[in-house]
Write a new protein. Sequence first.
Length: 278
Amino acid sequence: MAEQVDINIPKLRRYIVIGVVVLLAIILVKKSFIILQPTERGVVFKPYSSGLAIDDVKGQGLSLVAPWNQMIIFDVEEQQIEETMDVLSVDGLSISIDVSLRFKPIPDQIGYLYEQFKTSYAAKLIRPELRSAVRQIVGQYTPEELYATKRQEIETKIEDVTREILTKNNIELKALLFRSIKLPSTIKTAIEDKLKADQEAQKFDYLLIKETKEAERRRIDAEGKAAANRILSASLTDKILTEKGILATEALAKSPNSKVIVIGSGDGGLPIILGGNN
């Protein structure tokens, strides 16, 4: 016959209650101690008292939060979104633009950011404002300016407009960049052909200017030489030529070669050298 086991019901109930209490305590303690990473910030929402503690931003490390309150955690490291959109140029041409934007929430302002947009600020604020700025600025330019001649200027204007709006809403814009600009193939080809023609024209103008300057340099050089020759000719009087002839004759007379010199028989009374042998 099986042995009957006596179970102390009151004692068992007491153990169960103690176990449940311990378990709840562990859960509450675990929920109350929150560790924030270096790239995180937090604000506390107190549903049963003061609500959102906007100015009390929790930094990295351990934070103690009452179990009935909620810690709202924000990632404050730099992030990036990409947006592809079709926009119209000033002349009504549809252009596809792929834009990337790098940003980060301003850490000590995340309470205000959460109050306005909760944690979905990228979808509610950044993307709509980026699209609006791109359409507004691109609509002031031609396809050629957007594709080639004024691309950097357009990027800068879009970035400035977007930065102003995001800064007012507690977000720091780090950079904005056009990843790609897609035009209809016929328009793209026409622009590229025009740019090539412009480059050839600029090259021709450069060579023309260079040749013109070289011709001017040669003309000035020739005029300088002609002027020098005129001055030299004007300075060579008969007296000077006679003196130079005498000096040359004296130099030859001193040489070891045999020669016959007839004094005063040449033009202007200069000596005549008849010859000589080594």
